[in-house]
Design a protein. Structure first.
Length: 295
């Protein structure tokens, strides 16, 4: 029978405990005395106890009512302590935040975000893992991952994504003589060997190949790297050229090669499972990310 108790029942009993009269309890709750009487009648049948009996000074609790009084008070205190979404402050949050991100978004987004969290939400612990596109939806569904930062091309179905910014590419090389010639024509650029970034499964075909083909050109990709950082390191040790996101530049040892035009950029997004859509901390977090990126 206890599972049929409602919050209004508990609040009515609590008011009777504190005020000892039907009229005073009704006034406290903002309802009629008749409504209190009807609720009390239902509770007596539900709990099989009179709960409160009339005396010359009002309503006195029965032994059973006095027995359950501390339990009712504890339940109501816990309910009152449930925070509203707009009342949660980051400094009060104690949780573990699991972020899945590419090497690029770890550098550009997660690093600056970490500084913010240590200042504004010091009780939040952070787990950062490399992105695994094929298992991302399942991990988020299980609650293993809260949030991912990646390219819009790597967001699997079933997740909600929010655009953060558009990233553009620059062409770079360790050969300092290449930029010295001024703006380079694309037909000359494709005469150089390329290194591309292909996270996950290595491939010699990158996102810019289709763009080159639209220009009637074909580049020669001789190396595939698993991350932008490794691609940049390989570029420093060779005469190859490659496209690098602008937010990773400038970089010591690499020189910007100006081109007559560049391949299109890509959208960097935050993605999460639909079940986290109303998470107040997540909403605050994404707001801070946007402020950091705009700075």
């Amino acid at each position: 029978m206890i599972d049929k108790l409602e919050i209004n029942h508990l609040r009515m009993l609590d008011a009777l405990y504190k005020h000892g009269k039907l009229s005073a309890a009704a006034e406290h709750l903002g309802v009629s005395q008749q409504a209190i009487s009807l609720q009390l009648k239902k509770l007596r049948a539900l709990l099989r106890d009179p709960l409160f009996v009339r005396t010359g000074h009002g309503m006195a609790a029965t032994p059973y009512a006095r027995l359950i009084e501390p339990h009712i008070e504890q339940v109501l205190v816990r309910i009152s302590a449930i925070p509203l979404p707009d009342s949660v402050t980051p400094a009060q949050i104690e949780r573990t935040l699991a972020i899945c991100a590419t090497d690029y978004t770890q550098k550009v987004i997660v690093g600056p975000l970490l500084r913010e969290l240590r200042l504004l939400a010091p009780k939040v612990k952070i787990i950062v893992s490399a992105i695994e596109v094929h298992h991302l939806t399942q991990k988020m569904q299980r609650g293993d991952i809260d949030l991912t930062f990646t390219s819009d091309a790597y967001v699997p179905p079933g997740l909600i994504s929010e655009p953060l910014f558009i990233e553009q590419y620059r062409c770079v090389s360790a050969d300092q003589s290449m930029p010295a010639g001024g703006v380079m024509a694309l037909d000359k650029l494709v005469g150089y060997d390329f290194v591309i970034t292909s996270p996950g499964i290595g491939s010699f075909k990158g996102s810019a190949d289709t763009w080159f083909e639209r220009q009637g050109l074909r580049r020669n990709v001789v190396m595939s790297a698993p991350s932008f950082f490794m691609a940049m390191d390989y570029l420093k040790q060779s005469t190859m050229v490659g496209f690098v996101p602008t937010r990773l530049l400038p970089c010591d040892g690499l020189f910007d090669v100006p081109l007559e035009k560049y391949p299109p950029g890509y959208a960097v997004v935050a993605a999460y499972h639909p079940s986290a859509n109303n998470d107040p901390f997540l909403r605050w977090l994404l707001g801070r990310v946007r402020l950091l990126l705009a700075a």
